[in-house]
Write a protein that binds this ligand. Structure first.
Ligand code: URA
Length: 212
């Protein structure tokens, strides 16, 4: 798996404010949205394009447009929803599929409770959105789900990642014959006993949407 930790002062600045426990929900949502747009720029370096001609007021120029089928963006409910608009800002023609996954807080394993995705993802580039790569259980299950449906190129975008989550993804995806990349705004130190990223930013879903 190719891991890219975005290294840019604006990303670091926004991530620092996002981490701050005093940052309120509206500010947190706005910053997460802005961060994802910056990450989307990095994450779409490999997006497939095809050559086209474009007629300028002066001459015909060679250009590109996104290839068909369009990329598929897959936010993992619920916290991944807070990343969707930021992604769509750069990829407005992408289709959007949803995966509802929740972490069993005792086993820390991912359970799928909802799914709205095309049955056939053959030839599709997929961008999976999940703010926190903690144990890696959710992302590994989501990526496996997409590969089973035929996706042939997957990029996961997270705000933060823990080394334990990256290690788990690498081991679980070792047998998958599909290129997988991870783009994240920060790589943190570790997980604590409750499976939270340290220093992290707390529960991303709660900070985006409140404790419900
Ligand atoms: N999910 C979160 O929202 N935060 C963490 O630190 C780990 C998992």
């Amino acid at each position: 798996m190719q891991v890219h930790v975005a290294d840019h002062p604006l990303i670091s600045h926004k991530l620092t404010v996002l981490r701050d426990e005093r940052t309120d929900s509206p500010t947190f949502r706005r910053l997460a949205d802005e961060l994802v747009t910056l990450l989307a720029y990095e994450a779409t370096r490999d997006v497939r394009v095809e050559a086209v001609d474009v007629t300028t007021p002066v001459a015909v120029a060679r250009g590109v447009r996104l290839s068909d089928p369009p990329p598929l963006v897959v936010p993992i409910l619920r916290a991944g929803l807070g990343m969707l608009e930021g992604m769509q800002r750069l990829l407005p023609t992408a289709e959007v599929g949803f995966l509802g996954m929740v972490r069993n807080e005792e086993t820390l394993e991912a359970v799928t409770y909802a799914e709205r995705l095309p049955d056939d993802l053959t030839g599709r580039q997929c961008y999976v959105l999940d703010p926190m790569l903690a144990t890696g259980g959710t992302l590994a299950a989501a990526i496996d789900f997409l590969v089973q449906r035929g996706a042939d190129h997957i990029t996961a975008i997270t705000l933060l990642a823990a080394p334990e989550g990256i290690a788990r993804l690498e081991s679980e995806l070792a047998t998958i014959d599909v290129p997988v990349a991870l783009v994240t705004a920060g790589l943190d130190e570790k997980l604590n006993d409750l499976g939270y990223i340290v220093p992290g930013l707390g529960d991303a879903g709660d900070r985006l949407y409140g404790v419900v």
